[in-house]
Design a protein around this ligand. Structure first.
Ligand SMILES: *[C@@H]1O[C@H](CO)[C@@H](O)[C@H](O)[C@H]1NC(C)=O
Ligand SMILES: *[C@@H]1O[C@H](CO)[C@@H](O)[C@H](O)[C@H]1NC(C)=O
Ligand SMILES: *[C@@H]1O[C@H](CO)[C@@H](O)[C@H](O)[C@H]1NC(C)=O
Ligand SMILES: *[C@@H]1O[C@H](CO)[C@@H](O)[C@H](O)[C@H]1NC(C)=O
Ligand SMILES: *[C@@H]1O[C@H](CO)[C@@H](O)[C@H](O)[C@H]1NC(C)=O
Ligand SMILES: *[C@@H]1O[C@H](CO)[C@@H](O)[C@H](O)[C@H]1NC(C)=O
Length: 465
């Protein structure tokens, strides 16, 4: 991939984001990049959000958010710490959108049409896009660049420092499951941690046992017409729930809901994966905090619990079980990435977790990927490309993980290198540290943010001297 030409067209103030403590005023740019990857040398826009009002001179740093699988405005709204760091370090603040997500669609509305169009959606290409953008924003490299990211965005931040150390002075990789790959961590680790989050939400609660009891009941009800009618009436599904196999869709949806509740288990009300109350897992389990004699009672209580996720606004007319994700998350794009190079083995045991046992079966996974996208995954692609066992060869990378985050199992939790920092946040959910300050934040988060700012200053000073 090579940069052929560069055109920047300013579209002006397309987006104005509001937040409680900072008045975000995000300029939206449209940037045209050329890539050799396109046979006809076509260009396409990569969107990025930039604020340079705090910059004082030509050596002021750049705080660069490496966008992940969704609309970049969603991440800008949920990553207030980058603003805080930007203001304190008098930096240029940039949120760069990942290709194929949000408005950065290489082939417009045909980007997802077929493998010929979708094939340019890879993490390597996304990193190369960010590198091109940094070359453009910082051509003489006077500005030290610090990358930030959460989740897959955190993986990209660490990998930016790994692959482009001449462009990036350091990275904060928050809740980045860079080790969640084949044979690196056990496949049940995600669901094991997830279950423990539900187990500890309320002391001595039967919540987890009730969830375990739910599955055979749901399956049983789904197997008869009468049962399906009952479920339809109880849960108010948007689409007809009239086949035995609809249970599989419901189960898959609920698995995602459980994962999202644990990830967004923040100590205050937020709207990241869905509008949710403070401590949503505790709220959820609060509805399942007793034993039920009848299946119907269990189902009603479970529906009340589910409302915490699906209907916190009280405005949900019907339950859409086709996806647990908001539209601004690009779950289809992520599924494609998971079907090519981001193969993250997942399984359930039924004993270490509260789900129905299911082995990890790569052959079956591959077949499903081919059915869905006409591609087969490369099982060890990410391991080959980035390594996954140890990250001690890096420098100036902070890996942070909240122990309440199911993804922490695939994170970097130890290091033998002085140049790599591991931060463990016992009370943290998914990249809580990247969010803006909130008075409900646990003390560990406040101390950690102070530590980050001190470290960033050191990186910047070292670079500038
Ligand atoms: C940057 O953000 C600040 C605070 O929200 C705002 O006052 C300023 O106008 C913004 N600058 C640009 C260039 O958008
Ligand atoms: C890009 O394609 C156009 C025609 O589609 C051609 O005229 C031009 O020379 C090409 N540019 C490069 C650098 O290959
Ligand atoms: C895709 O965009 C083109 C051009 O704007 C438009 O004519 C077409 O209807 C769109 N197709 C779909 C499926 O949205
Ligand atoms: C399954 O449903 C039948 C009838 O609806 C009921 O008698 C039976 O107890 C149910 N079994 C379980 C495990 O819920
Ligand atoms: C389920 O309902 C839909 C829409 O009413 C209908 O098209 C479909 O044939 C039904 N399926 C079964 C198995 O009854
Ligand atoms: C969402 O909550 C409102 C208000 O309580 C209720 O009327 C509606 O039925 C709920 N939606 C679903 C899908 O349960």
């Amino acid at each position: 991939m090579k940069l052929l030409s560069f055109l920047v067209s300013i579209l002006g103030l397309l987006a104005v984001c509001k937040a409680t403590t900072y008045e975000y005023n995000i300029k939206t740019f449209n940037v045209l990049l050329d890539h050799f990857t396109f046979a006809d040398n076509a260009t396409f826009p990569i969107r990025y959000l930039m604020n340079d009002s705090y910059v004082t001179d030509k050596r002021s740093p750049i705080m660069f958010y490496t966008g992940n699988e969704g609309d970049i405005e969603l991440f800008a709204q949920n990553t207030g710490f980058v603003w805080k760091a930007g203001i304190q370090l008098k930096a240029m603040i940039v949120f760069a959108e990942h290709r194929y997500y949000g408005k950065s669609l290489p082939f417009g509305n045909e980007s997802y049409k077929d493998p010929q169009h979708l094939g340019y959606l890879t993490s390597e290409q996304a990193l190369a896009d960010f590198a091109d953008l940094l070359e453009h924003l910082n051509p003489d490299r006077l500005r030290p660049v610090i990358c930030f990211g959460g989740s897959y965005g955190g993986m990209l931040s660490a990998w930016m420092r790994m692959k482009y150390p001449h462009l990036v002075v350091g990275a904060l990789a928050s809740s980045a499951p860079v080790r969640q790959f084949t044979d690196v961590v056990p496949c049940d680790i995600f669901n094991r941690i997830l279950t423990s989050v539900f187990r500890v939400a309320i002391e001595n609660s039967p919540c987890v046992d009730n969830i375990k009891k739910l599955w055979p009941v749901l399956k049983n009800f789904s197997s008869t017409e009468e049962g399906r009618k009952y479920l339809s009436n109880e849960f108010k599904f948007c689409k007809p729930y009239n086949k035995t196999e609809d249970y599989d869709t419901f189960y898959a949806y609920l698995m995602d809901v459980f994962g999202n509740l644990a990830m967004a288990n923040y100590p205050y009300e937020a709207n990241f994966l869905a509008p949710l109350p403070a401590f949503p897992v505790r709220q959820f389990c609060g509805q399942l905090d007793k034993n039920f004699d009848k299946n119907e009672e269990l189902l009603t209580a479970f529906n009340n619990a589910l409302q915490v996720y699906s209907n916190y606004t009280q405005k949900t007319k019907c339950l859409d079980i086709s996806s647990a994700y908001d539209e601004s998350m690009g779950s289809l794009g992520w599924d494609f990435q998971a079907c090519t190079e981001m193969v993250m083995p997942m399984c359930t045991t039924g004993s270490t977790d509260m789900f129905v046992p299911k082995k990890w079966d790569f052959a079956e996974y591959s077949t499903d990927c081919f059915k869905k996208f006409k591609v087969y995954p490369r099982e060890r692609a990410a391991i080959c490309q980035y390594g996954a066992f140890k990250f001690d060869m890096l420098s100036n990378v902070i890996f942070s993980n909240g122990l309440l985050d199911p993804w922490s199992g695939g994170g970097v939790l130890r290091t033998q290198s002085d140049a790599v920092t591991v931060v463990i946040l016992p009370e943290g959910a998914h990249h809580l540290d990247l969010r803006e300050d909130n008075k409900a934040d646990p003390a560990s988060i406040k101390a950690t943010r102070t530590y980050y700012l001190k470290t960033f200053r050191e990186w910047v000073d070292t670079y500038n001297n």
